[in-house]
Design a protein around this ligand. Sequence first.
Ligand code: PLP
Length: 223
Amino acid sequence: MSSSISERIIAIRSSLPDSVRLIAVTKQVSPEAMRCAYAVGIRDFAESRIQEAASKQAQLQDLSDITWHFIGHLQSNKAKKAIEQFQWIQSVDNLKLAQRLDQLAQQLEITPQVCLQVKILPDPNKSGWSRSQLLSDLPALNLCKNLQIQGLMTIPPLGLNDLEILNVFNHTRELAKEIQEHNLSHIQMQHLSMGMSGDYKLAVQAGATMIRLGTILFGERSA
Ligand SMILES: *Cc1c(COP(=O)(O)O)cnc(C)c1O
């Protein structure tokens, strides 16, 4: 099992351009398997539940150069824990949450890195900004000076074909470019976090800078 994790990571890593950061999604993955990933060079780990992450972070404390990414839906009451435990919050999905994180970051005197989660197509199963909502929230987001807004994150709706998925990723890149052209002092758009096990090749083709891979590295999750 462990050697196959390393082999899969090495194979995928070598197929990626150097510009793409491989984020290992480790929800339901054991700390032992995470150590295998670390051993072959993974330094970015992503979790979607604060509690589950806390326990693994404690068990992996000796691996002090890990960067932790939060990728789940974040409730306001967990916001403080999230920015204490994670260097990146990739799933900031509404203005109120961004403002809450900004306020907490100021109190804690930290400047977490965040991505704004966007929905290019309507999707009742996912949270995130639509293009028009995000464009109108930009001035307020630009006031969140304790957040380092680094780019966009997206998850395409289920059931799309490859061309439709590629379109979602291309539109996400174009939206980032459009936002960048507003030249807002506190909003950077260098990162595009897009692509999971089933669609990462399309995401890379569309210019992803971070891909988030779980199943293809660690095998199927039980739930
Ligand atoms: C679970 C998850 C992933 C990884 O999905 P796989 O299909 O297992 O690669 C990526 N991003 C988010 C936001 C997730 O919740």
